[in-house]
Design a protein around this ligand. Structure first.
Ligand SMILES: [Zn+2]
Length: 105
């Protein structure tokens, strides 16, 4: 995967994003992020905890159903959309919790 982006919070230079880095935080939370190669500015892609990783594994299983011509793709698409919405909601909540700085549960 590679994606063109630019360093909007740092040096403003364009760069190609071709890999993410991961860092383990407390409570089984993993931060997935990338850095600007010019100035090192860090950008967080998302945070994932155990629950989110399980949902991601489930969505990958659902996505495999699209490769099977005998499977019900409409049903798989509906489940995929449901899981994506759920993952987004959980990631947003987790990011707010991690970056919120001790606002409590
Ligand atoms: Zn930069």
């Amino acid at each position: 995967m590679s994606l063109k982006t630019h360093c909007d919070a740092g040096c403003q230079k364009a760069f190609t994003l071709d890999h993410f880095q991961q860092e383990k935080l407390n409570d089984g939370i993993e931060k997935t992020f990338y850095c600007c190669p010019h100035c090192g500015q860090q950008y967080v892609a998302f945070y994932a905890d155990e629950e989110i990783r399980k949902l991601q594994a489930r969505i990958r299983r659902v996505q495999k159903r699209f490769a099977d011509p005998a499977d019900k793709h409409e049903d798989a698409a509906r489940k995929e959309a449901e899981l994506q919405a759920l993952i987004k909601e959980k990631m947003d909540a987790l990011r707010a919790r991690v970056e919120g700085g001790g606002g409590g549960e």
